[in-house]
Every structure is written in C-alpha cells, then in structure tokens.
Design a protein around this ligand. Sequence first.
Ligand code: MTE
Length: 320
Amino acid sequence: MRFIDKTLFPSDITPKTVFENRRSLIKAAAAGSFGAALAPWFSREALAATPEKLSATLNSAYSLKEETTPYKYVTTYNNFYEFGTDKADPAANAGSLQTRPWTISIEGLVKKPITLDIDALLKLAPMEERIYRMRCVEGWSMVIPWDGYPLSKLINKVEPLGSAKYVEFISLADRKQMPGLSSNVIDWPYREGLRMDEAMNPLTLLTFGLYGEVLPKQNGAPVRIVVPWKYGFKSAKSIVKIRFTEEMPKTSWNMFDAREYGFYSNVNPQVDHPRWSQATERRIGDAKGVFAPKIKTQMFNGYGDQVASMYAGMDLKKYY
Ligand code: MTE
C-alpha cells in the first residue's frame, strides 16, 4: 500500500457548523419545509450536488461524541484501488461505477443461501446512523457518521451452519467500470474476511450511506462493510458476494504482503507496521494540516470494551 500524504490547508476545511447548516437545510428541503421557493444558491449548489437521502436514526449508544471529519475529506481522500492508487483517484474516477441494478449473493456454509437485490437488502433492517472512529493502517484517522445496520441481521437471516467459522467479503471486479483493474497491484477481486464472532459483533456495520446520504461511489457504493476496531482496509467496498467458510479466507492485502498486513489487523498501538509505528495518528481535516499534533492511537481504536473479549488469550503480535 502506498503511503501518500497531502498537505491540507486551513482554507480547505469546511467547518462543521457550515456542514451541519447544509445538512439541516437539505433535510428541511427534503421534508418540503421550503415549499417550491428554494433560495437560488441552495437549489443550484447544495441540492444539485447532493445525493439521495437515507433516512437513519442516530444510535447514540454506538456513536462517538467527537467532532466529525468534514464530508469533503471523507469523500475525497481515501483508498479504493479499483479506481486508482492515489488518494484523490476514487473521487475522480468512480463515476463509472453502476450501482443499479446490483445484487449480492450470500453463500457457502449456510442453511439458506440467497441472492438479494440491493433495494431488498436496504430494507432488511432499520437503518441506523453511527458515528465511528476509523483508523487507517497508514497513520491517519477520521470520525465518520455511517448509515447501515448490523451485519448480524443479514447473517441471522441465512442461518450459518455450525461449520462456518469465517465470513469472506468479495468486491465487484469489472474492468468496464473500474479503470484501476488494468493494473495488477491487487489480485482482483478485492477480498476481505472476518472471523464469525467478529462478523456478528454488534459494531460490524453493513453500510449503505454516510452523513445521512447514500454512499458516494468512491466510498464503496452501494454496500460495504465497516469494522471500526480494525484498520480501514478490512472494510471491503462495493460488495457483491458474502461467503461463509470453514477455512480462514485469503485477503487482498495479506496476499499482497503477509508481513505487513495480517488477517486480524486490529488497531494496536503496540504492534508496529514493519515500516512505521502505529502508536499515533493524524486526524484528517484538522485545521493545522500536516502540522496537526499527532494523537495517541488507542487499543482496538478505542472499542476495547466491545471487542477485547474476542481476543482474550490471543498473542496479538503473532496474530496481527
Ligand atoms: N475495498 C475495495 N473493494 N477496494 C479497495 O481498494 N481499500 C481499503 C478499504 N476497502 C479498498 C476497499 C482501504 S486500504 C481503506 S483505508 C478503506 O477501504 C478506505 O475507505 P474509506 O475511507 O472510504 O472508508
């Protein structure tokens, strides 16, 4: 994985209040409170640029009370190698991704395998908004309001067999839609995996949106996984297949370099990446840009209360 960093200038920052004003204006507009007479600046700039809403209820029990990362950074600085390896590539190139029609098949060691249309999947359980801290293996972090529901709701529907020990997530790989596939940096399709108890953990979110709007394509539309106590690369995007297996599945970054990217990849400030420390992180969107003070990375990204028991007795240096 390339370690690409860009200087962020204070003038780039969308203050949270501005974003929130935009958000509440958009909500009011969606609810019809502005009637037909939208202010011209609002209709032209804000509304035209705004994707479809997702109505989700904030789940405060699973939400941080931290400043959220401006929408602009969440949607323009990320990794989605199917659209290029630079942080700006996904936002620039993901327009070619077709998110409808979209089906996702759930298969492998389950009693009730199923192929679901994305719109049926969206309705499977009530949509929640959860504000999660996300830590990238490269040393930066963001705080993001995600919209989705626990993956466990889908898992319960297909009734895994007792022999199912792992869950594998497979992303779309279509050369016609994804220019990054012409490079073989990854052995496509992108794939990730979780142990069954990790997949069933209430924090693991099957995600359809962020900031109350459907996922922008560059963030993994129409459906992705979010696993906030693991490094960001464990969160597979644009998923077309979920498979239940007995064997630990092969994962893209582990196949790329097993020394650098382990299967578990739990955020752990005590276990360094072979090429850099994981003890601190830099919050993207901080007004001081690269001069922002580094903050201490927390064990399990701060989610130890909810997840540490799953790893009791495990050597987390060996199983990194
Ligand atoms: N999923 C697919 N299909 N392809 C990718 O290249 N990159 C991963 C992960 N999921 C990736 C992917 C990595 S390295 C990161 S850090 C996160 O997506 C970043 O996505 P986000 O910032 O939009 O959450």
